[in-house]
Ligand binder design. Structure first.
Ligand SMILES: Nc1ncnc2c1ncn2[C@@H]1O[C@H](COP(=O)(O)OP(=O)(O)OP(=O)(O)O)[C@@H](O)[C@H]1O
Ligand SMILES: [Mg+2]
Length: 603
């Protein structure tokens, strides 16, 4: 990983006292490439950017001109009329400065926010089109951070840092030119002083940066511990680990305290020292210019005033740029991560003459299907099976044997890596993706509910369904009983995305959803694993009814659930090792029969 964490130097020059909060700067891997891509995004808004450039140059005018004018006022102090004029000029300059900065902010807000708007839109649109395999490779938290933090960082940088960076750049250039015009000799002296300060600052900040970086790490560790303790509290209590948890927390807290004190003391000691050196340098320039004046090498006091004011202002933009640059780097690194997502290939597009699937019979055939989530690990091996329309198929097998994978291939969440799957005589890949997925009513193994009303959760994907259809689906799934008991019935909002329901209740809702979908093919992955046996029997009967005349796939660990299926497939290690009806498999007296007898014995 080329990413490196370090902290912004708590720089301090020219009396700007910065307490030096440790900030994490993440360096981009390819600054130039990313900037070029960001630049391409400004297409159509370049005119506005030109304006911003011009305004930035104008915005630095006040800083560049005001010391010069002030110097003139000092020289002309004996001529009152002149002074009044000069002061009026100065006031005018500051008013113009305000106007220019306002316009700058106005342009930047509009351009910056439009750019971010389009990045967000493209990014979200793209995420939607990504294949599921993309999400397997990433943690949710990390992905969320890209979608929110990174985009936010780019937004702030584009709308504020960029203008400041430009203005400060122009200010440095302008002041430098003015200083040379005023006195090349003094400029040389000032530059020597300024370079000394910079070298010193570098040395000092190296030390404090290390400390702040440690503080940041320590804080991260403490935060992680707090998060873990809060989310895992039930488990911690159940295993009586409260004391250990507290002890762990105490240690991390002590460590953070120790490092923070050290960091603050060092910066508290070094920062004023920097100030002293800074001021000494300033005094040296003042004395030197005084000597030059006495020697007649400088002709007016006003020039010295202007020059000293310039020296005061000269270093300030450097410090600001150093700070902004850190933000800028973080934002470019953020943009890099956003572009990384945008570079991921989307789900394969439908072929040009893709078939529609208006009336699906439900004949399915697996022909020598092989599949692995990663190239080096084959999860399904040489699966061949014919499933005539209307067959109720049960898939059984031990944990991790490949049951969920088997049905994931049907809905094309993943594409087969070997062989092919036919639906009604055509390869799945020949159909339009949306048509294909609409042909399946699915209850996933991980129940997924949204923070919406119960009603909306049931008719998810079929918003046109009326209340009667929703109630009927809930009744068939056996979910109506508990829904009626909810405070607002079908209108109860699942604030926590279903976490407030029991696992069994969540399953019943997802079954109701699949029932309502009324799709020609049904897939129920462990749909009844978390409900009691009485409810299970009820659902089973209902299922039998809705599975009638439909091809359906039931995955179940409780074999009693699938006894009546037309075809039972026993998958082990990614292969179908036994197949047939319950009676046939019992007669065969193989692994299925053994599993069934074991379970029956338990009950
Ligand atoms: N997204 C994934 N990426 C990589 N490997 C995966 C992924 N999903 C599953 N696997 C692996 O594929 C194998 C089969 O998993 P699958 O989910 O199909 O098992 P299963 O039979 O449904 O198990 P269970 O009964 O526990 O639900 C397992 O070894 C699992 O670790
Ligand atoms: Mg599974």
């Amino acid at each position: 990983m080329a990413e490196k964490n370090n902290c912004a130097p708590p720089t301090n020059l020219n009396g700007i006292s910065r307490p030096g909060k440790g900030r994490v700067v993440i360096k981009p891997k390819n600054m130039k490439g990313t900037l070029i891509r960001l630049w391409k995004l400004t297409k159509g808004k370049r005119k506005g950017l030109g304006w911003i450039l011009l305004l930035s140059a104008l915005a630095s005018a006040a800083s560049i001109l005001s010391p010069y004018i002030t110097g003139k006022a000092v020289t002309a102090i004996s001529k009152q009329d002149m002074v009044v004029w000069i002061l009026a000029c100065l006031t005018g300059l500051y008013v113009c400065d305000w106007l220019v900065k306002f316009m700058q902010a106005f342009f930047m807000a509009s351009i910056g926010q439009h750019m971010i708007h389009s990045i967000r839109e493209t990014l979200f649109g793209h995420i939607r089109s990504l294949p599921l395999s993309f999400f397997d490779r990433r943690q949710h938290g990390e992905l969320m951070s890209r979608l929110t933090n990174d985009v936010d960082n780019i937004s702030t940088t584009i709308s504020s840092s960029l203008t400041l960076l430009l203005t400060h750049g122009f200010t440095i250039l302008g002041i430098f030119l003015m200083m040379i015009v005023l006195s090349p000799l003094l400029t040389l002296v000032a530059l020597t002083g300024v370079s000394c300060i910079f070298v010193l600052t570098k040395v000092v900040t190296k030390r404090t940066r290390k400390l702040f970086s440690c503080q940041q790490k320590s804080l991260g560790a403490l935060n992680g511990q707090v998060e873990e303790s809060v989310s895992g509290l039930p488990l911690i209590k159940a295993f009586c680990r409260e004391e250990e948890m507290e002890c762990d927390f105490g240690k991390k807290n002590d460590e953070l305290c120790r490092i923070s004190i050290k960091a603050l003391i060092w910066s508290g000691y070094l920062m004023p020292l920097m100030n002293v050196i800074n001021n000494l340098c300033y005094v040296a320039i003042a004395v030197f210019s005084g000597i030059l004046f006495l020697n007649g090498r400088i002709d007016s006091v006003g020039l010295i005033t202007s020059f000293l004011l310039y020296v005061r202002q000269f270093t300030r933009p450097f410090v600001e740029i150093a700070n902004i640059y850190n933000n800028f780097q973080t934002a470019v690194a953020g943009a890099e991560r956003v572009f990384e997502i945008l570079d991921e290939g989307p789900e394969p597009a439908d072929c040009p003459d893709a078939l529609s699937l208006a009336s699906c019979r439900g004949d399915i055939e697996f022909r020598h299907v092989g599949f692995g989530y990663t190239p080096d690990q084959q999860v399904l091996k040489d699966i061949s099976v014919k499933i005539p329309a209307g067959t109720q198929v049960a898939i059984v097998g031990s944990t991790g044997s490949g049951k969920t994978t088997f049905v994931n291939l049907l809905t094309r969440f993943y594409d087969v890596t070997e062989g092919n799957i036919l639906l009604d005589g055509h390869d799945l890949r020949e159909y339009r993706m949306t048509d294909l997925r609409a042909a399946f009513g699915v209850v996933l193994q991980d129940t997924a509910l949204f923070a919406e009303s119960v009603k909306d959760n049931i008719c998810y994907g079929h918003p046109e369904a009326d209340m009667e259809r929703i109630r009927q689906a809930a009744r068939i799934a056996g979910a109506d009983g508990f829904i009626e008991r909810l405070p607002k019935g079908y209108d109860t909002i699942l604030e926590q995305g279903g976490l407030e329901l029991s696992q069994g209740e969540r399953q019943l809702l997802t079954i109701a959803r699949a029932v309502l979908a009324n799709a020609p093919i049904l897939i129920l992955d462990e749909a009844t694993s978390s409900v009691d046996t009485v409810t299970e029997q009820k659902i089973r009967k209902a299922m039998l009814k809705i599975c009638e005349n439909r091809t359906s796939f039931l995955i179940a660990h409780r074999l009693s659930t699938i006894r009546d299926s037309d075809l039972i497939l026993l998958i082990e290690n990614g292969q179908i090792i036994e197949r047939g009806t319950h009676e046939e498999l019992m007669d065969f007296n193989g692994q299925y029969a053994q599993m069934y007898r074991t379970q029956a014995g338990e009950e």
